[in-house]
Design a protein around this ligand. Structure first.
Ligand code: SAH
Ligand code: SF4
Ligand code: F3S
Length: 447
């Protein structure tokens, strides 16, 4: 029988965690016989893997969904899935809002997409948002990159930052075992990957929920232990990780990063605010002094290390003087890059209910001022690369100039140089940096 190919498309919003989830769902769908198509309008099955970190992220997806939902009335072989953080947050409400949906599934259910779809194909409309033990994925992710692979090491988050939806939508911390993480890294190494990025919302929490570990630290298996354990996988040349939490970041981890040659000297450590009272209201569990101390320890061991982070402006009650403390921190640290956002009240988070909200106009004004400083400081940080020879891991062609390839230096700056992607992809090459900008570099290959 000559069966028509069934096509799928996944559109991903949000963080690396969601992107990694999409890659696993893609793997599962291909295992089920679906083939990927670039064009959602052409697909028999569409997944929207959604994000709800801020209101604008959430609203974006309703317009996409509205359009595709119409197809349910015209096509018989069409399946519409909403996964990710909006799915978890809204659950049954999504079905009320968009009755055409076939499947609404939270992030914890990603690895069981196949069994959920079987129920859908049997004629059911499914909402899968109950908390579950995340079981190991046995299918192969369909990875976007052929050079750099994401490897989830811990799901969920046990923190309770007062602005944040992540604990609500991603559930409690669940660490994968060191053995299964190492097996995945060995597998991607066999496939030719050169770099892995270890992922967790709070990567420093890794291991504390694993069986056989104790609160007293006797058998405690930490993220640092994991780094030593996975470091020597042959074929992997670079190891990155995100996201670090200043509350749990240790000197032992810094020493490990310094000692282990494959671990890149790049630290992504969100600080959120430079003001101690705001940090307290956010329930972050550290002071700006502690944050500064961590960064100076990092620079003590690795003077050239890149430091990036996240910050929020206009948190409820933030005064101009408190905002100035954030500017001072940014000025003093000199971030290589900073993800910045205006505070957005989120459902079922404490801060959303407070009556000291900052006006939208004030928030966007502060955001602009912060971004301006970030870009000046990043440009200053870029200066250190000028005329230096950096090792660049080539990832892809430069989409804006196909005579160039692009990749990253160890510190994670995006770097462009002339070359042919077919022969250079996946190689680590010496490149002399000839031009620097705030967030990217241009160079020439050194032979
Ligand atoms: N687990 C990481 C980050 C998770 S979310 C951490 O603890 O830092 C990514 C970033 O989104 C956060 O660092 C924060 O800067 C931003 N963010 C989270 N909730 C937000 C909200 N309600 N409004 C604005 N920005 C928010
Ligand atoms: Fe959200 Fe805080 Fe958890 Fe990060 S640590 S995911 S900001 S609750
Ligand atoms: Fe968004 Fe969920 Fe990530 S809310 S930022 S996709 S954890």
């Amino acid at each position: 029988m000559n069966e028509k190919k069934r096509l799928y498309n996944i559109t991903t919003f949000g963080c690396q965690m969601n992107k990694a989830d999409s890659e696993r769902m893609g793997g599962i769908l291909e295992n089920m016989g679906f083939e990927f198509t670039e064009d959602p309008n052409n697909a028999n099955l569409i997944v929207y893997n959604t994000c709800t970190i801020r209101d604008n992220a959430e609203q974006k997806i309703y317009s996409y969904l509205g359009r595709q939902a119409q197809r349910k009335h015209q096509e018989t072989d069409f399946t519409l899935v909403v996964s990710g953080c909006v799915a978890q947050q809204e659950g049954e409400n999504l079905l009320r809002r968009i009755p055409e949906l076939d499947l609404v599934m939270g992030p914890q259910h990603v690895n069981r997409l196949d069994s959920l779809l079987e129920q859908v194909f049997a004629g059911n409309q499914i909402v899968a948002t109950e908390p579950i033990h995340i079981y190991e994925d046995i299918t192969k992710p369909r990875r976007e990159s052929k050079v750099s692979a994401w490897v989830n090491i811990i799901y969920g988050c046990n923190e309770r930052c007062t602005y944040c939806v992540v604990p609500n939508v991603r559930g409690v911390e669940q660490s994968r075992t060191p053995e299964s993480i190492k097996a995945e890294i060995e597998e991607v190494a066999r496939q030719g990957y050169k770099e892995v990025t270890l992922l967790g919302q709070n990567i420093d929490a890794y291991g504390r929920d694993l069986e056989g570990t104790t609160e007293t630290g006797r058998n405690l298996y930490t993220f640092t232990d994991l780094l030593y354990y996975i470091h020597d996988v042959e074929g992997i040349e670079r190891i990155r990780f995100a996201t670090s939490h200043p509350r749990y970041f240790t000197e032992r981890l810094i020493k490990a990063c310094h000692e282990l040659p494959k671990v890149c000297e790049h630290f992504h450590i969100p600080f959120q605010s430079g003001d101690n009272d705001i940090l307290k209201a956010m329930k972050r569990g550290y002071t700006h002094e502690r944050y500064r101390h961590i960064i100076s320890l990092i620079r003590h061991y690795m003077p050239d290390a890149s430091v990036t982070g996240d910050a929020i402006v206009g948190f409820p009650g933030e005064t101009e003087a408190q905002f100035q403390n954030t500017l001072s921190l940014v000025n003093d640290i000199g971030f290589d890059q900073l993800n910045t956002a205006a505070y957005s009240p989120r459902p079922n988070t404490p801060a959303a209910l407070w009556d000291n909200q900052i006006s939208e106009q004030e928030k966007s004004d502060r955001l602009q001022r912060l971004n301006h400083l970030v870009s000046i400081k990043a440009a200053e940080k870029s200066q250190r690369y000028l005329n230096r020879v950096e090792r660049v891991l080539v990832e892809d062609v430069n989409p804006k100039d196909t005579s160039q390839v692009m990749g990253r230096v160890e510190g994670n700056r995006l770097t462009f140089f002339k070359g042919d992607i077919t022969s250079l992809k996946g190689k680590i090459l010496p490149v002399k940096i000839t031009q620097v900008r705030s967030f990217s570099l241009t160079g020439e290959r050194v032979f």
